[in-house]
Design a protein around this ligand. Sequence first.
Ligand code: 4AD
Ligand code: MG
Length: 460
Amino acid sequence: MKTPRIAEILKSGAVDTDIVVKGWVRTKRGNKNVAFIALNDGSCVGNIQVVVDLSKIAEEQLKPVTTGACIRVDGRLVASPGAGQGVEVQAERIEIYGTADPDTYPLQKKGHSLEFLREIAYLRPRTNTFGAVYRIRHAMAWAIHEFFHKNGFTYVHTPIFTGSDCEGAGEMFQVTTLDLNDVPKTEDGKVDYSKDFFKRPVNLTVSGQLEAEAMAMALGKVYTFGPTFRAEKSYDTRHAAEFWMIEPEMAFADLNTYMDTAEAMTKYVIRYLLDNCPDELAFFNQFFDKGLIERLELVANSDFARVSYTDAIELLKKNDDNFQYKVSWGIDLQTEHERYLTEQVFKKPVFVTDYPKEIKAFYMRMNEDGKTVAAADMLVPGIGELIGGSQREERLDVLLARLDELGLKREDYDWYLDLRRFGSVKHAGYGLGFERLLMYVTGIPNIRDVIAFPRTCGGF
Ligand code: 4AD
Ligand code: MG
């Protein structure tokens, strides 16, 4: 017999059928005559209630059925007389797949803090909160692929080992097979990379953008969706050392094309979530963020704001007394500034455009004024920066001048420069931090709690 998942059983409402359910015990309670087991199989927020008639199944046999145990129940699905559930399973046979010793199983009943659960990342998927987080993570990944697929983008895979520092921030994890206790040196005392695995210095990628640009210069519209790595010494709630990024790149596109696409994508995935994960959203709305669903509805239905960096600075100056970091033209916006703009001034997502070139990466297209670049960050309430992107510098001479100005070596960007030598065209793209998006749509305040096995500065 096919074993339906609990989500299907609860949804279908069909009763008076023979049924098999398999899952993990959340709780067991009852009296001398009857036992009630709440069983969860990870398919939905809800449990199914299993009712055991102790005249049919000996109490002794039920002893090992404790919180955390994995069991199979053969029985009959019936309408439930009790409040709180539409159907229940009358057990005829229970098989125990795996017990969970109540003295040592850490997840007894409920009410564990997120901090405690982080210590047992391998067990926390079994809690309501994390089951819902991981199902939403899946749904969002699916919706993102669906959006790009429907809009004619090709999904491309860019390498994880790279030799370049896309963001030019030097926040890279170096990869080597050299013996760190006995590093080979050249005659002038430098590390002899000719002895290393790749015969050159190599790091984990901070962004797939440069390779995505190469693909876009042939396929037209591409996107990546993969892991990226940053050695940022940040202990806050928004930075992970390993996180997933979605990076679309479009030929024949400018800054407005990027912002229009990013806005359409954000609305699409939020609408998908509202339509497909109502139970998970209701759960987060109840336990994490009382305004969550209302806010998501608003975002899905409203136009995002757009403001230039220069105008944003003027708006921020009005509130300068309340900021820890004082505001003046040229500063890099801090989270407090970003959140003020999106939460207090615009009260919705906002693109801040045309930043000073000094605070942005080398590849961003220079504006006519020679001072700002065609970049935009998308800021959202509760998070700050969710997306960063730009129109790319497609003019070889301007890009060369910019590399020189920043003291970056031309030979390190050889192939990237060739893209400007052969069939160059204006193009644009952006990077969406997948975990930031998940924090935004769940109301979960810490990035460590939207990724299954988080890796952050200071250890894991
Ligand atoms: O703004 P960033 O650094 O942009 C880039 O990497 C570009 N190459 C993207 C592109 O244009 N193709 O990063 C993009 C996004 C940020 O807006 C943020 O959401 C997320 O990636 N992000 C992080 N998320 C979690 N932990 C970190 N340490 C992050 N750093 C960036
Ligand atoms: Mg950024």
